[in-house]
Design a protein around this ligand. Sequence first.
Ligand code: PMP
Length: 344
Amino acid sequence: MKRNSSIHQNILELIGETPMIKLNKITKDLDGEFLVKFEGYNPGHSTKDRIALYIIEKAEEQGILKPGNTIIETTSGNTGFSLAMVSISKGYECILAVSSKSSKDKIDMLKAMGAKVYVCPANVSADDPRSYYQVAKRLHSETANSVYINQYFNQLNIDAHYATTGPEIWEQTGGKITHLVAASGTGGTISGTARYLKEHNPNIKILGVDAFGSILKKFHETGEFDSKEIYPYRIEGLGKNLIPTATNFEIIDKFEKVTDEDSAHRAREIALTEGIFAGYTSGAVMQAVMQYAEAGEFTKDSRVVVIFPDHGSRYMSKIYSDDWMREQGFFDSQKQEQAAIEFI
Ligand code: PMP
């Protein structure tokens, strides 16, 4: 449905069909044209609206989910908010096990959308009974008529982006696209979008973004899981300490790793140069674009689509808080603090 062309029957009709925006300033020194697919434009403010709606509607079609049933998930926050939104609109209960790394804003938002939230420690292994995976599994087994979305291991996560994000990008660019740059968490976004794009043009390069502290890049390059690579980091929703089956590693050409600090500054720079208020992983993706450019990945003829997964309003107590940036030591080596302080 065309945005704003008529009255929408419910909030869910506004999911998808997100805008594509040309970057004009932040990439001015780079070769190529850079186009942002801004997923913060979804009604739930992130790309996760797409998978929440898609997976729930597939379960409905298969008769697995009936009104009044319960939806359970582990989530860094965005998937939870989207599931809560879809659940409210469609009349389901929503139970979420979230990581303690998630921002307070995100947790409050889940509650505001009617979800029951269990906050679980972030830095325990996936098989620890306190981990959000194990808590979600337990709740699923204890709750009659519940559906566990299991986004990291659910192929429908990939299919949602194959059915929506991929075709939208193909249509918006008129098929003129040389590279896709996308963050990888569950891997659903990059894998599903890439599958559609490569089916239409196998020459399109798929460039992934991973975090230092996560093992996706190493696993992609060596096929090995190296737990020595794992350590805590700040960026929410990017990278992983396990191998998600919702990631199709074969379709991804390369990964680039980014730091918490570079990504935070880059998100702030996107706002200050382009007026696009995007989330932490959007900063990570933009940082990766810079690193890929530095490594000679793009030419003057490149037309690069960059996915910004969510909206900046989710991070007011994090990357858009000067206090938080200072606590992390992110201002120590940078000059950016000056402007913020002088104009208060
Ligand atoms: N950015 C944010 C803010 C996210 O919440 C997620 C989802 N974990 C991603 C990026 C990565 O998307 P995907 O799970 O589809 O790989």
